[in-house]
Design a protein around this ligand. Structure first.
Ligand code: RB5
Length: 149
């Protein structure tokens, strides 16, 4: 599985910890930045990762900022993206099972590395259940078409 990952300066230390951890588990990581703790704007990285997923250059995306809020707000504006801001493994597992989330957002000022690993693990292990959930996810995606150009 190809995973695009991005962060701002606040999320940088957690991203740096997660990339090798995920590579050790066999995931193909695409690190789209940022590459230091110098202050940057989180939407630039949210857009890069969201477009990588929406355009099929990555299978999934992970975004990290201070709270995860700005990343999720931005990513969810890209058509086809279902970004889930998760603070525990139950949320991340359910975001896969019921919402077919294709981007995971986390806040590096909210979760530590151990909890972040557990959130990511549950998210990657979670399988979309389909059925009535597919109908509901279809309605999420149909909302893209309601937006003016
Ligand atoms: C940066 O200070 C902070 O605003 C950002 O990382 C994020 O939390 C925004 O949602």
């Amino acid at each position: 599985m190809r995973i695009a990952i991005g962060s701002d300066h606040a999320g940088y230390p957690l991203k740096q910890a997660l990339v090798p951890w995920l590579e050790d588990r066999g995931y193909e990581m695409q690190d789209l930045g940022t590459y230091s703790t110098e202050s940057v704007d989180y939407p630039d990285y949210a857009r890069a990762v969201a477009h990588a997923v929406a355009e099929g250059r990555a299978d999934r995306g992970i975004l990290i900022c201070g709270t995860g809020i700005g990343m999720s707000m931005t990513a969810n504006k890209v058509p086809g993206i279902r970004a889930a801001l998760c603070t525990d493994p139950y949320m991340s597992r359910m975001s896969r099972r019921h919402n077919d989330a294709n981007v995971l957002c986390m806040g590096a000022r909210v979760v530590g590395i151990g909890l972040a690993e557990a959130i990511v693990e549950a998210w990657l292990d979670g399988e979309f259940e389909g059925g009535k959930h597919a109908r509901r996810v279809g309605k999420i995606d149909a909302t893209d078409a309601e937006c003016p150009d």
